[in-house]
Design a protein around this ligand. Sequence first.
Ligand SMILES: NC(=O)c1ccc[n+]([C@@H]2O[C@H](COP(=O)([O-])OP(=O)(O)OC[C@H]3O[C@@H](n4cnc5c(N)ncnc54)[C@H](O)[C@@H]3O)[C@@H](O)[C@H]2O)c1
Length: 453
Amino acid sequence: MTNSQVSPGGFLPSHARLADLIDTKQAVIGVIGLGYVGLPLIRAFTTAGFRCLGFDVDRSKVEKLNAGQSYIKHIDSSALAQLIREKRLEPTADMSRLAEADCVVICVPTPLNDSRDPDLSYIEGTARSIAKALRPGQLVVLESTTHPTTTRTNVLPVLEATGLKCGTDYFLAFSPEREDPGNAHFQAATIPKVVGGYDERSADLACAMYAHAVVTVVRASSLEVAEACKILENTYRAVNIALVNELKILYDKLGIDVWEVIDAAKTKPFGFQAFYPGPGLGGHCIPIDPFYLTWLARKHGEQTRFIELAGEVNAHMPQYVVNRLAEFLNEQRKPINGSKIAILGMAYKKDVDDPRESPSFELLKLLRARGAVLSYNDPHVQSLPRMRHYPDLPAMASQDLTPAYLAEQDCVLIATDHSAYDYDFIVLHSGFVLDTRNATKHVTGGREKIRKA
Ligand SMILES: NC(=O)c1ccc[n+]([C@@H]2O[C@H](COP(=O)([O-])OP(=O)(O)OC[C@H]3O[C@@H](n4cnc5c(N)ncnc54)[C@H](O)[C@@H]3O)[C@@H](O)[C@H]2O)c1
């Protein structure tokens, strides 16, 4: 049946009505989870001409948005304020308003629990909220990163319990988020979107919705292919980063600079993609998502050895950095105990304000255990948030990067290579610099003060 056909009862069926609403951009899009993924997605949908409702259980976020304030560095407050003024975006903590949305997109967290198993409680809680408001003619899309089968096993049954039928009354799809915060070249609207539907109608509707807002829509044959695709992408990164981290240690022993090797290797025009070593893995995705697959593999009596080995290598990197730092201080006849060490960069990667899972916290913990006198600077993280895995770290605030501050340190440890840093200035005023990111690559003066780790 096409959009213009009418059912025997005289009404357009649910999917045809929704297809019309999407086609004419009259559909209201509800985005659940107003974080690093949800807000950029809203920007893409509103830019495409849709009206959005933004849902979050964190009332402080909703209040900030309603006051026209962004809490994410790369999302512009004035643009948000304008969307809200023009009522193209309504942030709310009132989940009963989910019934007003024609399309509901889920962007809630998917962390690991204390035993490093998937914590699907956010997805399941959201599914329950949607179920309370579910009505015929709605499309629900899960975007949170998760292992294959989650949409069918953890979301579908909660929605079916309402008595409404997927594929006729309401529609369900999975479309992984590929947001790369801080990447100036790609934003939600310019990154191709993979979409898998519960059935053909669900896939048609979800593809039609995203086609308005993103550059390319790639249709997958099922929910599970779309889910598995995202985990493959993140596992590929975790494994390749582990590889260069391991080679960094070996090449350093051989007196070979791994960054120079990677720069040389990437001149090959095919068959090689550059990944870079660092002080460990960070962020809400790469250190976490592959373990969703490991958990699923265990359930099926299989192993994910690459994932586990990569996890082991990457998790060891902060300790490697501390060992290098100890050697470095030793050259100067200093112990770590009592040495002043400034960590530059608490965010998990350059130019973002997101400290989640950042290896800098592990560095702080390890160095603190060895008696270092610690401080940090990060232009994007003014004070350290409380981190669940680091309850004992004291409250700390970013120090000004003055010549005097740098000069009084026994070692300045570059953990995150923010573009805002003037590396010539840092090396000029520091006694010693330990660089875990090759951030000082272009510094010409004072190279004898720099070691890489
Ligand atoms: N951050 C990234 O770069 C990135 C990239 C790709 C994919 N992802 C994936 O996207 C998902 C979201 O990640 P994020 O970085 O945006 O997380 P985030 O923590 O920045 O935002 C999630 C938001 O969801 C809200 N929330 C939690 N439970 C809720 C509920 N029941 N109802 C309504 N709101 C709720 C939280 O308050 C928070 O504001 C995760 O699965 C993540 O793995 C993240």
